[in-house]
Design a protein around this ligand. Structure first.
Ligand SMILES: Nc1nc(=O)c2c([nH]1)NC[C@@H]1CN(c3ccc(C(=O)N[C@@H](CCC(=O)O)C(=O)O)cc3)C=[N+]21
Length: 293
């Protein structure tokens, strides 16, 4: 055993998310006395089986937390104008405090246009330009759920993140960029790395906090991880097994990280459940703000 060998501890996102949802449920119960029941509308266009599973999980957990759930399932042939009309109706509906339009949308629909149509106050995904901009300049904003979940896990393990070197691999608008903004807000020194980064492995090896959000199965290898680092694996990749079935793997080679990372999130059971818990948290936040509570 070398001096750098550590015992890697699992970050139990599933359990932490359950705790978070229980707290949200208590807050929601408290709001009932004030006549407020937070409502979340989820819009799914098309029949992607993976998306259907997520939408079903979201609806079940929304109800479990005592909130109202409104599901809108539209055929893949839905016209952009129809979807925009639905978004307008949800914007105007006082029982709906949060709106989530499941991505990706079918090719004929301009996702940017649809996201821009959502009332920023109801944008519980935090994908609207208004919320992205507000986050970037340090104003109160609705923050994207997956990066928010990552930060909650990190703070749970590390306490203060101040002064730590964080490397985010992936520069998407839904994970990488907002994750970097949130890490900056926690006083980390932040690097956003991506497919064109020179010496990506070397960049990652400098990270006290490594967030992998590239969408490529097991791209981050064990020897990219600094001994003792905290690794957050955002990837959810379905890969074929030899028997023809599929299994989920992250963006990090999980087995290789054992004995190197200090802490790591598993896939499944890591970031995924936190994403849904944060969606409920954002819905609660949005409802309180709309009701001026
Ligand atoms: N507008 C929009 N907002 C989203 O937040 C959004 C979206 N579109 N499109 C699809 C992705 C995907 N996503 C997941 C949420 C939870 C799990 C999750 O809970 N996963 C579990 C189980 C995974 C499984 O078994 O399939 C886990 O990782 O343990 C996964 C994926 C939200 N997304």
């Amino acid at each position: 055993m070398g001096a750098d060998v550590v015992e890697t501890r699992l970050i139990d996102g599933k359990a932490i998310a359950a705790e978070l949802r229980a707290g949200i449920g208590r807050d929601v119960a408290g709001l009932a006395a004030q006549g407020l029941k937070p409502g979340l509308a989820v819009v799914l266009v098309g029949e992607d089986p993976a998306s259907q599973v997520y939408v079903r999980n979201k609806a079940a957990q929304t109800l479990e937390a005592g909130m109202a759930s409104f599901e809108h399932k539209l055929p893949a042939t839905t016209a952009e104008a129809e979807l925009l009309a639905l978004v307008a109706a949800l914007n105007a509906d006082p029982a709906v405090h949060g709106i989530l339009v499941q991505l990706p949308l079918p090719g004929a629909i301009d996702a940017t246009k649809v996201l821009a149509a959502i009332d920023p106050a109801k944008d519980v995904d935090g994908f609207h330009v208004m919320n992205a901009g507000r986050l970037a300049v340090g104003l109160e904003a609705l923050v994207p759920c997956t990066p928010l979940g990552c930060i909650l896990l990190l703070k749970r393990v590390l306490g203060s993140l101040a002064g730590m070197k964080a490397v985010v691999v992936g520069r998407s608008n839904i994970v990488g960029k907002p994750a970097a903004q949130l890490l900056l807000r926690e006083d980390c020194t932040v690097t956003i790395a991506h497919s064109r980064t020179r010496d990506l492995a070397g960049e990652c090896r400098m990270a006290d906090i490594l967030i992998a959000a590239v969408g490529r199965p097991e791209m981050v290898r064990g020897d990219w991880i600094k001994p003792g680092a905290t690794v957050i694996d955002v990837g959810i990749n379905r890969v074929a097994k030899p028997d023809g079935k599929t299994r989920l793997v992250g963006d990090v080679a999980f087995a290789e990280a054992q004995g190197i990372a200090g802490h790591i999130t598993p896939v499944p059971g890591g970031v995924g459940p936190m994403t849904i818990a944060c969606l409920l948290q954002n819905t609660l936040t949005a409802a309180r703000r709309q009701a001026r509570l």
